[in-house]
Design a protein around this ligand. Structure first.
Ligand code: COA
Length: 364
């Protein structure tokens, strides 16, 4: 297969549709479902904000003479307000052509040179590995790519999925159980927008999760979520076609004590949704608020978006508190995700492969 790498042309509907098709096919394999997004929504997704600059690349494969299609995608994201040393790297190869050197070619011809030319020294990337087995198995493609980039494992995340809808009886039972410890706390469901008077408190929750979430040795500087930043992110989310279901816990004195968010693409054909931040502020822990918050959004999700068949969440393997709540709701392990980071010297390009064969000769 001939592979050509070039920057994604954001003005081309055709390229955007093909880019999205690769992501959908990969999500179908990883999550058993995917999201639908229009080209206009993708353009918003791929546009810069005051908080991040992005670069996107495509690998175009010529499977037979004249038969070109996008077979892989690469992205670089440069945070602009904090984490100014970091570049986040993403690569997805269409499952039908994995093991044919697509990711290696994307790295060699576009991503590594672009990182080298940038002012960033810390490379950060996630790689999927199976649910079982040695996390450091050098045969796994994600570990091979991590090694060729000179990165090391900083955290092991676990992807869990919850089949929907959840049985109402289970939600009733968990809600009743939570009520016993809830005391004077209450759970509120908010629309897509944080009420003006709570913007500051909500920003503190968003920062606190970045401070508290266990992630072993990952280097990450927590962001400041100012009211202005929250509004920019909300507007962008709406323009990307994403809906958020937000629940907050309110303390007896009216303080915002915790939150959880579920997000999904509204377009017809979307079958997966994402569990985003769940956090209870340190001084309010021990009231089963985490469980109560999730019961509220999970119940609403099936009503608002009955076509969604599974809810996807990622937790570090060293987060027993969140994992036990997820287990009780019925989440099941799907795969693991390694957080790789490092400050390699890539002036000479990718480090040599240890396989000796080179990926282009692999059969998927
Ligand atoms: C990880 C991923 C991007 C690899 O894409 P790919 O196009 O198949 O990668 P390549 O063909 O360039 O192969 C990369 C390395 O893995 C090896 N490899 C790939 N598929 C393999 C397979 N089925 N069995 C054994 N080794 C394999 C290659 O030999 C190569 O090793 P080398 O570096 O020693 O030469 C792809 O599996 C994917 O999209 N996964 C989901 C998203 C993800 O995890 N992305 C993050 C990547 S760190």
């Amino acid at each position: 297969m001939q592979i050509t790498i070039r920057p994604l042309d954001l003005s081309s509907d055709h390229e955007l549709e093909q880019y999205a098709a690769v992501v959908r096919a990969s999500d179908d394999v990883a999550f058993g479902g995917h999201e639908e997004q229009s080209v206009e929504e993708l353009r918003v997704d791929f546009a810069d904000t005051p908080y991040g600059h992005q670069e996107r690349y495509i690998a175009v494969g010529e499977l037979m003479e004249g038969g070109e299609s996008v077979v892989g995608t690469g992205s670089l994201m440069f945070p602009l307000q904090e984490n100014l040393e970091t570049v986040h790297l993403g690569i997805t190869t269409h499952p039908a052509v994995r093991g044919h050197g697509v990711a290696t070619t994307l790295l060699e011809q576009a991503l590594v040179p672009a990182i080298h030319e940038s002012d960033r020294s810390l490379i950060s990337v996630y790689g999927e590995i199976p649910a079982e087995g040695d996390v450091d198995d050098p045969v796994l493609p994600a570990n091979r790519l991590g090694a060729r980039l000179g990165l090391s494992r900083k955290n092991v995340g676990v992807c869990r999925m919850l089949p929907l809808p959840i049985d109402d009886a289970l939600l009733d039972q968990l809600e009743a159980e939570g009520q016993e410890k809830l005391g004077q706390y209450r759970i509120e469901l908010w629309g897509d927008e944080i009420p003006e008077e709570h913007l500051e408190a909500y920003g503190l929750l968003l920062r606190q999760i970045e401070l508290d979430e266990p992630d072993e040795e990952v280097e990450h500087e927590p962001a400041e979520y100012t009211p202005e930043r929250i509004r920019v992110l909300e507007k962008r989310r709406r323009e990307r076609g994403v809906r958020a279901l937000i629940a907050v816990a309110v303390a007896p004195d009216g303080a915002i004590a915790g939150n959880t968010e579920v997000q999904f693409q509204k377009a017809e054909g979307t079958t997966i949704a994402w569990q985003e931040n769940t956090l209870v502020m340190p001084e309010h822990r021990g009231h089963r608020l985490g469980l109560a918050l999730k019961v509220a959004t999970h119940r609403l999700l099936s009503r608002e978006m009955p076509a969604v068949q599974s809810l996807v969440t990622f937790n570090s393997h060293v987060n027993p508190w969140m994992i036990s709540i997820n287990d009780r709701l019925g989440y099941r392990v799907a795969f693991r995700e390694i957080a790789f980071q490092g400050r390699p010297d890539l002036s000479g390009g990718l480090l040599p492969s240890t396989s000796g064969t080179g990926s282009a000769t692999m059969c998927a």
